[in-house]
Design a binder for this molecule. Sequence first.
Ligand code: SAH
Length: 215
Amino acid sequence: MNENPALKIRLIMELRRQGISNTEVLSAIERVPREVFVPPTFQDRAYENIALPIASGQTISQPYVVAYMTQMLELDKMRKVLEIGTGSGYQTAILAKLCRRVYSIERYRNLLQSAEEAFKALKITNITTKVGDGHKGWKEQAPFDRILVTAAAEEIPENLVTQLANDGIMILPVGADPANQHIVKVTKDGKGEVTEEQLLPVRFVPMVQGVAEET
Ligand code: SAH
């Protein structure tokens, strides 16, 4: 591990310039060491504002996208959050700093094991994970105040809309074509009425059906 405060400050300043204004989100990014979630080969690039490869052909998301999606979730310490696509666990750790509890689902068991080790090393205790297919959500723990999906679905998964609480917000990348994906904000009002809003264009790994057979 090789934390470099100057690189971290440079990243935070860049995120501010890019429009991340929520000070709690910026503070969470400052407090969670991204290098813990980045593979050894890319340690020196942990504070660049780019996505990086992790195991099983997946990626740790770009810090700007992590900050943007987190900001759009409008979190506070009361919230119960469902995350789909634990991956490295970096986004999960950021969420954990800003809400009551995160439930996170990943289809690769090996990724989940590394993520769990990182949470333990950082003494983060309000994360519950499981191996599963995120399309199904986590029925036993529903409803969720907030839902964040970090893999691109072809369409908004119906089960996740069902598991979103009234007055809830879900943020997810949507689009079958990797060249034409957008972050979508799904809002459920106090009466359960659902509205959708298309936000910025992005490029995420696809949300895949079923649990992964191999690593
Ligand atoms: N937030 C993660 C992003 C990882 S990439 C990070 O920043 O590290 C997206 C992750 O979603 C991958 O790990 C992939 O395996 C997982 N994924 C894809 N489809 C899924 C599904 N149906 N259910 C659960 N996880 C899924």
